[in-house]
Design a protein around this ligand. Sequence first.
Ligand SMILES: [Zn+2]
Length: 214
Amino acid sequence: MSDLKQLFENNARWADAIKQEDPEFFEKLARQQAPEYLWIGCSDARVPANEIVGMLPGDLFVHRNVANVVLHTDLNCLSVIQYAVDVLKVKHILVTGHYGCGGVRSAMRDTQFGLIDGWLRTIRDLYYEQREHLAQFGNEEERVDRLCELNVIQQVANVSHTTIVQNAWHRGQALSVHGCIYGIKDGLWKNLNVTVSGLEQVPPQYRLRPLGEV
Ligand SMILES: [Zn+2]
């Protein structure tokens, strides 16, 4: 018997339930996707994008990696952002971290986990930069949670520093980059209120003029 039997049964029930609500749901969805949101979140199994914000298939374009990191050399993440912004024309990018993130915690400890340590390296750098601020917190859990927030804030900045997002603003395209955090302990999704919606909110050193303009 297949180890996946339960999953296929679950899937059949799920598809049935959606079709009961809207018999043409999947046919309509197959013709096009027009999501307004790009979700950039952690791969953690406890942070399922659509369920958290009550969205159906087709509503969210999703990129997930360990500790929701946005690097300017990551072709995967940048390609997702480029397609979402230039082609799908999403209006909102939702960078969502979560409290108790194992990736963030690993970046604060001296244990090796292998290849992943390199992926998390920029969070270790952020931990070092913020060491005095983080030292004010009473215990490791609080320091981890605060660094989870600071990591989201850093990734919002990284997204808004990409030429993909800045060129959208140059074109006059409405696009906001939001920083949010999810509580695994209470299921609540919180706005960190660090939204960036235009070039004037970006520090001058990170602002680029349109391509070709000198
Ligand atoms: Zn995580």
